[in-house]
Design a protein around this ligand. Structure first.
Ligand code: PMP
Length: 396
């Protein structure tokens, strides 16, 4: 290794470790369900995005297995050569039905979907108004587009309106887009979509909502846009297929001409191999399941409300969450990591989330209850929270 690279890596890694900001990764030995095995120890899992428990669903596993028998394990090519299987078309039709749009396009991940979609439409003559707390993949997609990025204060509609007005009045930009998460993943709060749509109408903004944490969770499962009845008002409905849907991938749902454009201009669609067939078939079945019944959605919310009430009763700060995402805000990074480490030692897998994922001084342990947890698991987790919270002086 070159001396310069070696010094760069060692200096920076040591610095992160000294600040308590270096994240150690422990592999999960087996399925990522409500209980997981890590370092040979069984733990109640409060860290996965498997909101509805579909990642380990028996019916979806059976669909994936039988699809492998017929299609093999890989799609074999990028979508525009011959990697588009009939399964991808079925999935995209199902996604459009699910999201209430004319059409949809799927990608290999939610992350590359944002990189793909933003940069296919926006360029250096455009501007993007982006919520300050938007996900990293949105930020990277904006950067890739070379559009002027104008961040607005988190969910601050006065700030958004003022910045939209100034951008429009400047006459500098061909197109202006507003981008927001539907549900913010670190705090669990919901974007103010009706206000955003009103501002967008006033200033002719393109609207883009990444509902990675809202699909399957909000709108009786159909997402945050559906929750507010805004299917006809949002130009880009983005989501991931890896959280509530339980598999992997990302998508854009919208008007037919938008999807047609993305099929010819979004680079991961053109240059990266298509999603594997078993995944595509399992995703399509997962979406059908969510559309057929709200039972898993209802169980998720029931569990989320139960855990939140329990933590609040113990005296923890759960922030401004309006969804099942339940942060336990500790503040100091080192204490946050120590808290999470003690929870894991006692039997709860709830990972710490610290800077740069969240602002400095707002370290938290984030809890993600799912439809697959039992009340007993949540009670056991709360008892461990009480013990560790008192031991570390986070609660009295
Ligand atoms: N957007 C948001 C808002 C997310 O929270 C995430 C997942 N962390 C992603 C995109 C990326 O999705 P994926 O994991 O499917 O790449």
């Amino acid at each position: 290794m070159s001396n310069i690279l070696n010094a760069f890596l060692n200096d920076n890694l040591n610095d992160l470790k000294a600040q308590g900001l270096y994240n150690e990764i422990d592999p999960v030995q087996g399925a990522n369900g409500p209980v997981i095995t890590v370092n040979d120890k069984s733990l109640i899992n409060l860290s996965s995005n498997n909101y509805l428990g579909l990642a380990t669903d028996e019916e979806l596993k059976a669909v994936a297995k039988s699809t492998i028998e017929h299609y093999g394990v890989g799609a074999g090519a990028v979508r525009t050569i011959n990697g588009t299987l009939d399964l991808h078309i079925k999935l995209e039709e199902k996604l459009a039905e699910f999201k209430g749009t004319e059409a949809a396009i799927s990608y290999q991940s939610g992350f590359n979907c944002n990189m793909a979609a933003i940069s296919a439409v926006m360029d250096k003559n455009d501007a993007i108004l982006s919520d300050q707390l938007n996900h990293a993949s949105i930020i990277d997609g904006c950067r890739l587009s070379k559009a002027k990025i104008i961040a607005f204060n988190h969910s601050d509609m006065d700030d958004l309106r003022a910045k939209a007005k100034a951008a429009k009045a400047s006459g500098q930009y061909n197109k202006i887009m507003v981008i927001t998460d539907g549900v913010f993943s670190m705090d669990g709060d919901i974007a103010k979509l009706p206000e955003i749509v009103a501002i967008a109408k006033e200033f002719d903004l393109i609207t883009y909502v990444d509902d990675a944490h809202g699909s399957g969770v909000m709108g009786k499962g159909k997402g945050t846009v559906k929750h507010f009845g805004l299917e006809n008002e949002i130009d880009f409905q983005i989501g991931t297929l890896s959280k509530a849907i339980g598999v992997v991938g990302g998508y854009v749902a919208g008007k037919q001409n938008l999807i047609d454009w993305l099929k010819v201009r979004s680079r991961p669609f053109l240059f990266s191999t298509a999603l594997p067939p078993a995944d595509v078939a399992a995703i399509t079945s997962a979406i059908q399941k969510i559309m057929d019944s709200t039972a898993l959605h209802d169980k998720l919310w029931d569990n989320g409300n139960y855990l939140k009430a329990g933590l609040q009763k113990l005296g923890f700060d759960i922030g401004a969450s309006e969804t099942p995402i339940t942060p336990c805000i500790i503040g100091d990074e080192t204490l946050t990591q120590q808290f999470s480490k003690r929870l894991i030692e006692e039997g709860v897998y709830a990972k710490s989330i610290v800077f740069p994922t969240v602002p400095k001084g707002t370290g938290r342990v984030r809890n993600m209850p799912t439809a697959a947890h039992t009340k007993q698991m949540l009670d056991d987790a709360l008892a461990i929270y009480e013990k560790v919270g008192k031991e570390l002086g986070v609660i009295s």
